[in-house]
Design a protein around this ligand. Structure first.
Ligand code: MG
Length: 160
């Protein structure tokens, strides 16, 4: 198959005393996402979509949160490593489409910066990185501002 598709999903809890990293950028917020890494839930969903597209297991398999070398790590590094794994499997990234579910803060003002940050790491142009933001109408854990979730799909194309 010359093109393959993958799906990624991730959730992190919102807590006080943490920075909010989303899509590779720091977003002003009184609360941030809790995790072993910087907890960038959007990047993690994109990594899982890419790994899924290549049938290369998942982000926890390659970068276990029990491994001290990943403590506090910038998730952009995990994305770069993931893209390397995809390339080693003979694929390049085609495009990404992602949705972040968060009640607050407003993410739309930051979407362009996220696309510009992630595109070079993915080896594509910002035109190939779609990021959408939605609330969940105050329903569920995202609606109660207990956490943020992200979904991503990735298309990869065979290059070797
Ligand atoms: Mg995660």
């Amino acid at each position: 198959m010359n093109i393959r598709v993958g799906l990624g999903y991730d959730v992190h809890r919102l807590v006080e005393g943490r920075q909010l990293w989303l899509g590779g950028i720091l977003i002003p917020s009184p609360v941030g996402l809790l995790g072993h890494s910087d907890a960038d839930v959007l990047i993690h969903a994109i990594c899982d979509a890419l790994l899924g597209a290549a049938n290369l297991r998942d982000i926890g398999y390659h970068f276990p949160d029990s491994d001290p070398q990943y403590k506090g790590i910038d998730s952009k590094r995990l994305l770069s490593e993931t893209v390397k794994l995809i390339r080693q499997a003979g694929y390049a990234v085609g495009n990404i489409d992602a949705t972040v579910c968060a009640e607050a803060p407003k993410l739309n003002p930051h979407v362009e910066a996220m696309r510009a940050t992630l595109a070079p790491l993915l080896g594509v142009t910002p035109a190939d990185v779609s990021i959408k933001a939605t609330t969940t109408e105050r329903l569920g854990f995202t609606g109660r501002r207990e956490g943020i979730s992200a979904y991503a799909v990735a298309l990869i194309e065979r290059i070797a």
